[in-house]
Design a protein around this ligand. Structure first.
Ligand SMILES: NC(=O)c1ccc[n+]([C@@H]2O[C@H](COP(=O)([O-])OP(=O)(O)OC[C@H]3O[C@@H](n4cnc5c(N)ncnc54)[C@H](OP(=O)(O)O)[C@@H]3O)[C@@H](O)[C@H]2O)c1
Length: 310
């Protein structure tokens, strides 16, 4: 039965008039990604939808690369209200929508799509969600912090980098496995006229040891650290207890990411991607419905799904 399925796919969307009847309440929202089975967004959004008395479900749909536009067309024709977009589709989604919100255009990626009468509207809630998550987790504002982003070339890392620059953080250090992507990003930040001093850093222990003394907030925008046994992302010798550690990723088993393990070595404050998931999700809800999200019901659902408080 479709109702028992935890992940749907493109083939299901093409036969949604039959497949969708097995989902109750009716599916109106979804997260798309590749992979997507790990996503906790349904466990977070469904309690929120129930608390707000919206008769609708939020589901997971696996969409392979190159198929985002086709998938969005099928969601629209099947009466969906909106979708979230996760790894690795945020750039493809930016190109696929009819209207790009000005902030999403600056951040260069779309993670939220709303289906409206006049077409597909694309938003980015990763950047603003990051600001809220940093505020809630650390009681600090990004504008006051010098920030190092590891994995700044991906959809999420890039959005956070631009958001930090828009906030006017004093220094931004960008590292990425494929360095050409952050070279390009640094040029783009210059074109945006950001007041922030932007530096590209090679992702090596030697180069990181050179910049870590100047860094207040360390962000991981790569998926490294989500699995047990993933390597450390940076050399422990450069870390301090007064630095703040923010992992955009989180472990589905509720465990501590590699970045969190590094933070623990120097007794520093750390938060993982669950805080970001909550706040970007609440902002997506606001785009879909034009009203404040039932954030405490969403928080309770997410906390239950990962087995610890968010
Ligand atoms: N908590 C949340 O709400 C939330 C929101 C957004 C994103 N995220 C998380 O953030 C991560 C990135 O998502 P995304 O959408 O930005 O994905 P993406 O666009 O595919 O980007 C992936 C980034 O990670 C880097 N990367 C991948 N594998 C790597 C490896 N083995 N070693 C070093 N770097 C590696 C990539 O480097 P290259 O450029 O060299 O390929 C790229 O910078 C994911 O873990 C995602 O779950 C969480």
């Amino acid at each position: 039965m479709a109702a028992d399925r935890s992940v749907f796919d493109l083939n299901d969307l093409t036969h949604w008039s039959e497949v969708g009847t097995g989902v109750s309440p009716v599916a109106r929202l979804a997260v798309i990604g590749d992979p997507v089975a790990h996503s906790k967004s349904p466990q977070m959004h469904n309690p929120g939808l129930a608390a707000a008395e919206r008769n609708a479900s939020y589901i997971r749909v696996h969409v392979p690369p190159g198929k985002v536009s086709e998938a969005l067309g099928l969601f629209g024709s099947n009466g969906f209200w909106g979708v979230n977009v996760t790894i690795p589709h945020k750039f493809e989604a930016l190109a696929a929508v009819d209207f790009v919100d000005p902030l999403a255009a600056k951040l260069g990626a779309v993670n939220t799509v709303a289906f409206r009468a006049n077409g597909l509207h694309g938003y980015n809630t990763d950047g603003p969600g990051f600001l809220k998550a940093v505020g809630e987790s650390f009681g600090r504002e990004v504008k006051d912090l010098s920030v190092l982003i590891l994995g700044a070339g991906g959809g999420a890392g890039r959005a956070v980098a631009v958001q930090c620059a828009l906030e006017g953080c004093p220094h931004l250090y960008l590292a990425n496995r494929t360095q050409a992507k952050v070279d390009e990003l640094a040029e783009e930040l210059e074109r945006l006229g950001a007041q922030t001093a932007v530096n590209v850093v090679t992702w090596s222990d030697d180069a990181l040891l050179g910049v870590l003394p100047k860094v207040d907030l360390i962000v991981n925008g790569s998926p490294v650290g989500m699995k047990e046994g993933d390597p450390a992302l940076l050399p422990v010798a450069g870390l301090r207890g007064d630095q703040l550690f923010f992992d955009m990723a989180y472990r589905a088993d509720g465990g501590v990411t590699s970045l969190g393990q590094s933070a623990a070595l120097v007794s520093a404050r750390y938060t993982d991607g669950a805080a970001l998931l909550l706040h970007q999700g609440a902002l997506s809800y606001e785009h879909w419905f034009g009203e404040a999200a039932p954030i405490e019901a969403m928080r309770a659902g997410l906390s239950a799904a990962i087995g610890r408080p968010v």
